[in-house]
Design a protein. Structure first.
Length: 94
């Protein structure tokens, strides 16, 4: 779900990115305000998803469930960080 929301708010194929591009026509201040507002708006769904997962984990297994959910969240961090770091290394290796 979080990946789909990220795709929606960052791909030029969807309306939010086009609206930010159109706001550039009226000036820099409008673009900054619209971009910040869109950034806040794009964070709503991922935060709600994470909150629901934590609530469900707590409801099922109390603090042990929250600890397991946190371990699950953190286990994805290493993969994402590795992908982000390894990309520029591959791009520059010629």
């Amino acid at each position: 779900i979080i990946g789909l929301v990220t795709e929606y708010y960052t791909s030029h194929s969807y309306a939010p990115v086009r609206e930010v591009a159109n706001s550039c026509k009226t000036g820099a201040a409008t673009n900054m305000i619209y971009g910040i507002a869109l950034g806040f708006k794009s964070a709503i769904i991922p935060v709600l998803v994470l909150a629901l997962v934590i609530y469900a984990a707590f409801d099922l297994c109390d603090m042990y469930g929250v600890a397991l959910a946190a371990i699950g969240f953190l286990s994805n961090l290493a993969t994402g960080l590795t992908i982000d770091v390894y990309g520029p290394v591959c791009d520059n290796a010629r």
